[in-house]
Design a protein around this ligand. Structure first.
Ligand SMILES: [Fe+2]
Ligand SMILES: [Fe+2]
Length: 439
């Protein structure tokens, strides 16, 4: 394949002894930039999309795409000409900016999966065609894996795209992509139609002030002291008299509600366009971890007799955090919520172990392990995010001020979501007692 006319033409366009390597490194550079920009922008769709399973899937794809970008950069840096920084060229960034500008989140999702991702897949296939199978075997090996991932992503997303009419939007994004000749610039370049207008030139992008939970009932918080109001009853969690089966149900609700972390963490990528890629890589892992933690609850609760349509989703944290700056959002998450959750979670884990429920113990152990990593990420990256926002306070001062500001905003925006369901229909502490066979 390396002797195809295209390949010869490409290689001939660089000169010098290392031209063959530099040509391929330049293509890997493009692929790296595309994957990292996908991670930065596709995440903006997470709080906008209402499907819970869809959010989970998108977080998984984002994590895998971040992996592609990381391996491309690692391999690319072994090759002459890849470049040392993590920047993304403006012409790529503009297309991704455009992709999130459709106000209909379904159409926006379809744009990513019917135009942008298929073009990434064909760019990988093209890379394999262009490179020398033996000389560039290390890259080939990676790209073959990425192709399998991309094919699977398309398959996994297909059921969620059924029935979305994205014809016009698809043509719009396709035109933007054709104008640069596809991601590798090798396809015929068609200039933009005369009536083409860039939505991203007309407006700044802003995250929604509330997150979409589709048809699920919502509320401000699932924590309270009142067993007739919320499923998690604070004093029961720590009370040694509480039956372990009740604790297990409450902790699964708690885990499922980590979906709020998915929605607000997802907003930080877009807001930090100049972040080093390693920051976005760890955020992508963090995001996927939270989506897995939420799934722990989402998958286990029905097995314990809970009808998920009766579990209200709590929106208070998203509502408050989306009104704060990205470093504030990230500081609250890692330095307050996560760092502060260990003592209670430890007690909960000990209580659940009384049940000899191997699966529950396993899920909680992995949750704890992941959370320890998240706090480490916080220590590593909060100072960097603060720098991106020209924050000059010390980390300590910043965290203290942020907590105070959170409390203030919580007063106005935290309690803004009334219960969707009347008490008799929603899951409450007392309902949990009866599900556990105690009432
Ligand atoms: Fe978590
Ligand atoms: Fe976490």
């Amino acid at each position: 394949m390396s002797s195809s006319p295209t390949s010869q033409r490409r290689v001939a366009s660089a000169t010098g002894r290392m031209a063959a390597v530099q040509e391929m490194a330049a293509l890997q550079r493009m692929l790296f930039e595309v994957e990292r920009e996908f991670v930065r922008t596709a995440t903006a769709l997470v709080p906008r999309l209402g499907g819970i399973e869809l959010k989970y899937l998108l977080c998984q794809h984002v994590w895998e795409s971040a992996g592609h970008a990381r391996f491309l950069r690692e391999r690319g840096r072994e090759m002459s000409g890849f470049g040392k920084d993590d920047g993304v060229r403006a012409e790529f960034r503009k297309i991704f900016e455009e992709a999130i500008r459709n106000e209909d989140e379904q159409a926006a999702l379809a744009g990513f999966y019917r135009v942008i991702k298929p073009a990434i897949l064909s760019a990988y296939r093209e890379y394999l065609q262009l490179t020398h199978q033996l000389a560039d075997w290390p890259s080939r090996h990676l790209v073959e894996e990425f192709i399998l991932d991309e094919e699977r992503h398309a398959e996994e997303m297909e059921p969620y795209l059924e029935g979305i009419d994205s014809g016009k939007w698809k043509a719009h994004l396709q035109a933007a992509l054709s104008a640069i000749g596809g991601w590798l610039g090798h396809e015929p370049k068609n200039s933009l139609p005369a009536d083409f207008t860039w939505a991203c030139e007309k407006s700044e992008y802003s995250h929604p002030l509330t997150c979409n939970r589709g048809d699920f009932p919502i509320c401000s918080s699932v924590f309270s002291e009142d067993p007739d109001e919320t499923p998690i009853v604070r004093q029961w969690l720590e009370d040694p008299q509480t039956d372990a089966r009740v604790i297990r149900l409450m902790v699964y609700v708690w885990l499922m509600m980590e979906l709020d972390a998915v929605d607000y963490l997802a907003t930080v990528f877009y807001d930090t366009p100049e972040a080093p890629f390693d920051l976005h890589f760890d955020l992508a892992r963090h995001l996927w971890d939270e989506s897995r933690h939420s799934q722990f609850g989402f998958r286990q609760l029905p097995k314990l007799g809970v009808d998920l349509d009766t579990v209200e989703h709590s929106l208070e944290l998203y509502h408050v955090l989306v009104r704060m700056t990205p470093p504030e959002r990230y500081a609250m998450m890692t330095m307050e919520f996560e760092a502060g959750s260990f003592p209670t979670k430890a007690k909960v884990m000990d209580r659940v172990r009384e049940l000899n429920d191997f699966e529950a113990d396993t899920l909680l152990a992995f949750d704890r392990n992941d959370e320890q990593n998240h706090v480490r990420y916080g220590h590593r990256w909060l100072p960097e995010i603060m720098k991106l926002f020209k924050e000059e306070r010390t980390v300590e001062q910043f965290v203290a001020d942020t907590k105070a500001r959170f409390e203030e905003l919580h007063g106005t925006h935290g309690k803004a979501t009334p219960h969707s369901l009347p008490p008799e229909q929603r899951l409450t502490g007392n309902k949990i007692l009866s599900l556990a066979g105690l009432a």
